[in-house]
Write a protein that binds this ligand. Structure first.
Ligand code: PLP
Length: 430
């Protein structure tokens, strides 16, 4: 499967619009999304639940891209979303996303954030630790309110992934440990609280997972725990949330199973486990972020300066970098990129594709094969839709790029490019 499409003029197209035209109309650096790809991935996940006849919910992990427009697409597709901060929650609410379809994650939610979530009628809070149970109790009392929760646990599964982005192992800052009995204790506290309605359990084992094994081990552990909870505390879960982490293809070296194929196999496995227990399967929730927006996103840059040193790989620099895509500098994430015109011309040289930020580590792609380029050419980095714009910063006081959504051959700007005035709007004179 190719990571990009071209038209008859041999130009890279995004949702049928040439990347060069988008770059010309909106300027670069530019983040572009193919909305149809987002919709198709949500539908593909949902379709697996239907095929397997298992009740399920797709809850988009909006940390992957949290802007008003994405919440609106998610809502149009009748999916849920999860947020991990008051800011993400405020963005979803400003987008008109129904709060009752939102779940609130985070390992250190503040009193203010919990209060804001409760006042806005959050669908559920995914409780992470004892401090939070305590805060939540206080906030619920002050608001005379009730809330649905899931209990987040760490099942001690190490999914096959990059070590910096694993969260499922027992030595994790997230969730209640199962082995030591903390998860049981959390359930007991929650069940004893009349304002809290425990709907079930949650775990997330990591990111960029390419196969089913980790999810299968995870679900086995969670089902076992739930079975214990039923016996010990007469608690029956309505929801089993297995988290996100479905991997995507970033480069031709990646060979993940399709996210929906992973889900299908995991659902079979869950069904089998419940059949053995002679119990019915609760509602299964998943929280994909990357799989929904990652492949749909493209970063467009203009090539500028070039540094050639005899005997060394040249540096080709673009007008963006770690400020709009931190992943390569943060955890050596790898991407593929092509020129917007004639992307399949033969490769003449291998370059470092560098960013413009004042860090030697600001290299977007370390070894990129490209045809000869000239300043002003548009280059497209592929599959940048997840954790790119959402991690963007104003480092070096560079404005963050505009975001454009393309659908049915039409482009729409959904986030404006920041201006210099935006950069200093909160600065005060001394
Ligand atoms: C709790 C939780 N759910 C879902 C996700 C989404 O993961 P991904 O974007 O890899 O699907 C994350 C990512 O860190 C997470 O921490």
């Amino acid at each position: 499967m190719s990571l990009y499409s071209t038209n008859g003029d041999n130009q890279v197209v995004i949702g049928n619009l040439p990347a060069t035209q988008l770059a010309k109309n909106y300027g670069t650096p530019l983040q572009v999304y193919d909305v149809d790809s987002i919709r198709q991935q949500i539908r593909a996940f949902k379709n697996e639940f239907t095929k397997k006849n298992i009740s399920g919910t797709v809850s988009y992990a909006s940390k992957a891209l949290s802007i008003k427009a994405i919440y609106q697409i998610i809502e149009e597709e009748n999916a849920h979303a999860d947020v991990v901060s008051g800011g993400e929650l405020a963005t979803a609410i400003a987008a008109g996303f129904p709060a009752h379809n939102l779940s609130f994650h985070g390992n250190n939610k503040s009193r203010f954030e919990l209060d804001y979530a409760i006042k806005n009628g959050i669908g559920m809070v995914i409780v992470d630790n004892f401090h939070e149970l305590d805060l939540l109790d206080q906030v619920l009392k002050v608001n005379n309110a009730h809330v649905n929760i899931l209990i987040r646990v760490t099942p001690g599964i190490s999914a096959h992934t990059h070590e910096y982005i694993q969260t499922g192992q027992a030595d994790s800052k997230f969730g209640f440990d199962i082995h030591s009995g903390q998860a049981d204790h959390a359930l007991q506290i929650a069940l004893a609280n009349k304002r809290i309605n425990v709907l079930g359990i949650h775990a997330h084992i990591g990111s960029q997972i390419f196969d089913t094994q980790g999810f299968e081990l995870e679900s086995q552990k969670l089902i076992h725990l739930l079975s214990n909870w039923e016996e010990k505390y007469d608690f029956t879960a309505q929801i089993l949330n297995i988290g996100g982490g479905f991997g995507i293809k970033y480069t031709n070296g990646d060979d993940p199973l399709k996210p929906e194929a992973i889900l299908g196999d995991v659902l079979d496995h869950i069904q089998h486990e419940y059949d053995l227990l002679q119990k019915s399967v609760p509602s299964i929730w998943i929280e994909p972020g990357r799989a929904i927006v990652g492949p749909a996103g493209y970063s467009l840059y203009t090539i500028g300066s070039r540094k050639d040193v005899p005997g060394l790989q040249p540096y080709l620099t673009v007008d963006g970098g770690m400020g709009d895509n931190l992943r390569p500098a943060l955890y050596q994430a790898e991407y593929a990129a092509v020129l917007a015109e004639n992307p399949n011309a033969s490769n003449y040289e291998t370059v470092h594709l560098a960013g413009k930020y004042c860090e030697s580590g600001d290299i977007l792609i370390d070894h990129l094969k490209l045809p000869q380029t000239k300043p002003g050419d548009t280059i497209v980095i592929l599959a940048t839709g997840a954790y790119g714009y959402s991690m963007a910063s104003n480092y070096n006081r560079n404005p963050r790029p505009a975001v454009v959504f393309v659908e049915n051959g039409e482009a729409k700007m959904v986030v404006k490019r920041e201006t210099f005035a935006d950069l200093i709007q909160n600065d005060l004179d001394y």
